[in-house]
Design a protein around this ligand. Sequence first.
Ligand code: PRX
Length: 640
Amino acid sequence: MQTPQATGAHYAEFYRRSIEDRDAFWREQAQLIDWHTPFTTVCEYGKPPFANWFVGGTTNLCHNAVDRHLATRAGQNALVFVSTETDEERVYSFRELHAEVQRMAAALKTLGVKKGDRVLVYMPMIPEAAFAMLACARIGALHSVVFGGFASVSLASRIDDADPVVIVSADAGSRGGKVVPYKPLLDEAIRLSSHKPAKVLMVDRGLVAFERVAGRDEDWASLRQRHLDEPVPCEWVEATHPSYTLYTSGTTGRPKGVQRDTGGYAVALAASMKHIFCGRAGETYFSTSDIGWVVGHSYIVYGPLIAGMATIMYEGLPIRPDAAIWWSLVEKYKVTVMFSAPTAVRVLKKHDPAALTRHDLSSLRTLFLAGEPLDEPTARWIADALKKPIIDNYWQTETGWPILTLCNGIEPQRAKFGSPGRAVFGYDVKLIDEATGQELTGANQKGVLAIEGPLPPGCMQTVWRDDARFVETYWKTIPGRMVYSTFDWGIRDEEGYYFILGRTDDVINVAGHRLGTREIEESIASHPNVAEVAVVGVADTLKGQVAMAFAVLKDGAKAATPELALKHEGEIMKLVDEQLGAVARPARVRFVTVLPKTRSGKLLRRAIQAVCEQRDPGDLTTIEDPSALQQIVKLVSPAA
Ligand code: PRX
């Protein structure tokens, strides 16, 4: 399938049309989904940067993901759940998925959920999480899935922002054979939040005993039983009706609720399944992400199902019981398209590559990787081990589907190591000089990767309940022009291939998980003995980056000896674990008496990061106290 000679000329024409003949292009793509009422306007962009796609049309995400397949593939696999944590394997056909989603929709309605209401989903990787998402879409409610690895303070801020009527949760998840209770974290989060949900719908997996709050907590199994055969028709909603919010980190401590529409999202996913992932109805898609992240929304739940594919939901580690587990699923379910993250590959890399090919991988066509930079050794190792094409793709929670990749469904194109590929159809990608706001049109010039409005279908509509924040955060960062900033640096070569060079803001990427350093700083600063703290992302061979914290204690003597420092480091790590979750825990906490700042009091995070990575900290003429950076140099020098 891969023709290394392909120049991409055919793709270039496809791409050109998507930008220059935008409405005609998307009108065609819109035929990939079912509409209840046809749209009258493809793109309404009268009030930039707010774009309304497929105006006048009505549709439903759940209908497109589930119901419309009943006529042709009711008996085929839709959702395959495999847990190596609880030793479960459950397969739902489209007919069975349809029944389960209706039961969940009926239960949510009984609990008072109406069109436009929010339902927060705080769940491990179990089918009921997907039922809840699809059930919300079915009745026109918005889901707001919070990653199960987040703890009570993270969860509380999301509860307050999303203002959910109902929270769907479970007794526990499990990781590496260890039960991780969810309910105590949820109870604590509800206690901390000012908004109190009316009801909590609990899925009891029987993993751990938990307390029920009378009048608030409801049991999924009994509600399901009561609504076994109750039909709940799809609510036809406007294409612009919000389908969900998903929180993501940025520069400020407060996470942003990325709000997505319905029609544009369904069309974009359908188009991406066809032209990027090349998945066909009746086949099986396996994304190893988590439903708590955007990849899980787009490519565990909605994308594959919209395309009529079976989707695998996997709870467990990639190396337990051994490094062959994922590949045994590829063989068993004849997976044709797989999607993972470079970190997972780096984890596998520590194991014998023979484990990957112990199974019959003949069904697998392509492995897609995304979420963080794909380094060359990792890409080569997995390509050699699998002997399959590896395709990198770059995008963000905000966009919902790839911005840069190789659209091999249009034309097979040569992959280049280190590059996620070319601009994806619909995205008018530009590189902008940060200082002047000028577009960089030449090859190999470094600039901020930006997208000219309107953002294509499927991207964020706005920040939930905060249009002003949407405009200020994303569209006003570059002087003199209104353009969407990705907050990533990039360059483009002569052939239109982009290379991503890291974030322009304080976001870090730990094992493919996007985290805001400010959120972690706020959590550490709530420790009674911490006066000040700086958190930076430091390069790591396994996780891509890890968080490293430098703290000033209120009483410096508290970290005077290595033993005391170790004790405080442990305390701070525990605090972050409890408040934000283990994903945000800094890998190291070091103590200093003063932090490097400019004379105007701005933390010199980039200089700290450079020093931690043994790089030149650059221009330090504005530093207030040069000895502050010296303390960090000493702490992180390889000899220390
Ligand atoms: O910095 C980029 C990095 O991850 C950020 C987006 O993370 P998130 O919102 O969690 O969405 C992930 C969706 C796949 C980006 O701003 N990033 C994502 N993919 C890549 C990447 N960096 C380099 N290469 C990639 N393929």
